[in-house]
Design a binder for this molecule. Structure first.
Ligand SMILES: *Cc1c(COP(=O)(O)O)cnc(C)c1O
Length: 366
C-alpha cells in the first residue's frame, strides 16, 4: 500500500496502565491514579444532575454546530459564537489546525519538551518540525523560537502552563513575541490548564486576541472541569481564522451527551474556584516535601508538578506503582530523572508523598 512515508515509524499512543491493570498486577485493593492530570474531585454536581435528567436524544444526530454549548460558552467568555471551534477534546482542535495549515512544504515551531500532539500531527502532515528546547527552568525561550520562524512557517505552538513542566509564559514576553511574529504565522496558545493559573503576570489571552488576530487559544473541559471522559475541547480565535478551520472539522464531532455535560459544567464556576484553591494547597504539600528532602522541582501553575529524584524516573514510577500509586515517569516526557505527579486530594497527596519518602529511605540504604 502507498502509506505516507512519514508515518512509517509512527507509534500509536501508549496509554498508561489502567487502575484495574495495576490492581491485578500487584494484587492491590486500592489504586490511586495521579498520572493524567484529571480532576481528583470529579466534576460539578450540575453535570451529574444533567446526566440523571437524560435530557438528550439517542436516536438523532447531535447538533453539529453545538449551538447550546456555543451560546453558553461565548457568553461565559465574552466572545462571539463565531469565534469558537469545538473539538472532541482539544486534541482534535490541534488536529484540525494541523490539517488546515501543515503539509510537506511548511514548517512548524514548538518547544521541547512540551505536549506531544503538536509534533505528532505535524509528522502526519509531513511538515518540517523545529523544536526549541525549554530553558533550564522549564520555560519557553520565545526569542529563540522567533529565530526559527521563516517564510515556510505556518504554526507556532505555545503551551502555557506547559505540560510537563507547569511553567508559564509571562505577559510581557508574550506581548513582545506577538509584536515580532510575522503576520503569516498562526500562534496557537494551548491553555489546557488555564483554570488553575494564579500567577499575577499571566497574560489575559482573550484580551490579547483583540489586538493580535493571528493568535488562537485552545482550552478544554478535560482538566479542571473534570469531564475528560466526554471529550470536549475548544479553540478561540478571530472569526476569519475560525471560519477557515470550521470546514475541516467533522460534521458531528461532539456527541450529544458531551455537549450537554459541558454546558452544565460551565454553569458551576464555584466548583472551578474551589478546585483552583484545593490545587494550590496540594501543590504546597509537594513543595514542602521537596524542600524537606532536598529534591528539585519546578514551581507549577497547573495541577501537576515535576519532581527530580536524581535517579531514573522509571525507578520511582515502578516503586510507586507497586504500592498502588500511578504517576508519570519523566523518562518518556523528556525529564529522565523526574516524575510528573498530578495534584490529588489532600489525602491522596499525603499518601503518595509517604510512599515517596519510603522510596528515598530505601535509596539511602543502597
Ligand atoms: C491534556 C492536554 C490537552 C488535551 O486535552 P483534551 O481536551 O482532553 O484533548 C491539550 N493540551 C495539553 C497541554 C494537555 O495537557
Amino acid at each position: 500500500m502507498k502509506w505516507k512515508s512519514q508515518i512509517q515509524n509512527l507509534k500509536a499512543y501508549q496509554p498508561g496502565k489502567t487502575m484495574d491493570d495495576v490492581k491485578e498486577l500487584f494484587n492491590l485493593e486500592k489504586v490511586v491514579k495521579l498520572a493524567s492530570n484529571e480532576n481528583p474531585f470529579g466534576c460539578s454536581k450540575n453535570v451529574e444532575t444533567f446526566l440523571k435528567t437524560n435530557a438528550f436524544s439517542h436516536a438523532i444526530y447531535p447538533d453539529g454546530y453545538a449551538k447550546g454549548l456555543r451560546m453558553k460558552l461565548s457568553e461565559h467568555l465574552s466572545v462571539e459564537p463565531g469565534q469558537l471551534l469545538f473539538g472532541n477534546g482539544s486534541d482534535e482542535v490541534i488536529e484540525i489546525i494541523s490539517r488546515a495549515l501543515l503539509d510537506g512544504g511548511k514548517s512548524t515551531v514548538m518547544a521541547t519538551p512540551t505536549f506531544p500532539q503538536y509534533k505528532h500531527n505535524a509528522i502526519v502532515e509531513g511538515a518540517e518540525i523545529r523544536e526549541v528546547p525549554l530553558d533550564s527552568a522549564g520555560r519557553h525561550q520565545l526569542d529563540k523560537m522567533l529565530e526559527e520562524i521563516d517564510d515556510t512557517t505556518s504554526i507556532v505552538w505555545l503551551c502555557s502552563p506547559n505540560n510537563p513542566t507547569g511553567e508559564y509564559i509571562r505577559n510581557g514576553e508574550l506581548v513582545s513575541f506577538l509584536d515580532a511574529v510575522p503576520s503569516h504565522v498562526l500562534v496557537v496558545l494551548d491553555e489546557a490548564y488555564y483554570e488553575y493559573v494564579v500567577a499575577e503576570d499571566y497574560y489575559d489571552s482573550l484580551e490579547l486576541l483583540k489586538s493580535y488576530p493571528q493568535l488562537m487559544i485552545t482550552r478544554t473541559f478535560s482538566k479542571a472541569y473534570g469531564i475528560a471522559g466526554f471529550r470536549v475541547g475548544f479553540g478561540i480565535g478571530n472569526k476569519e481564522v475560525i471560519g477557515k478551520l470550521e470546514p475541516i472539522r467533522e460534521p458531528f464531532n461532539n456527541n450529544a451527551l458531551a455537549q450537554g455535560a459541558a454546558s452544565a459544567a460551565i454553569e458551576d464556576q464555584t466548583f472551578i474556584e474551589e478546585c483552583r484553591s484545593h490545587n494550590r494547597k496540594g501543590l504546597q504539600q509537594y513543595y514542602r516535601f521537596c524542600e524537606e528532602n532536598d529534591l528539585d522541582y519546578i514551581p507549577s501553575q497547573a495541577n501537576f508538578v515535576l519532581i527530580n529524584f536524581g535517579v531514573s524516573g522509571d525507578e520511582v514510577f515502578q516503586y510507586l506503582m507497586s504500592k498502588g500509586y500511578i504517576v508519570r515517569s519523566g523518562e518518556a516526557l523528556g525529564y529522565s530523572h523526574s516524575v510528573r505527579v498530578t495534584v490529588g486530594s489532600h489525602e491522596q497527596n499525603e499518601e503518595v508523598i509517604g510512599r515517596m519518602k519510603e522510596f528515598l529511605a530505601l535509596q539511602k540504604q543502597v
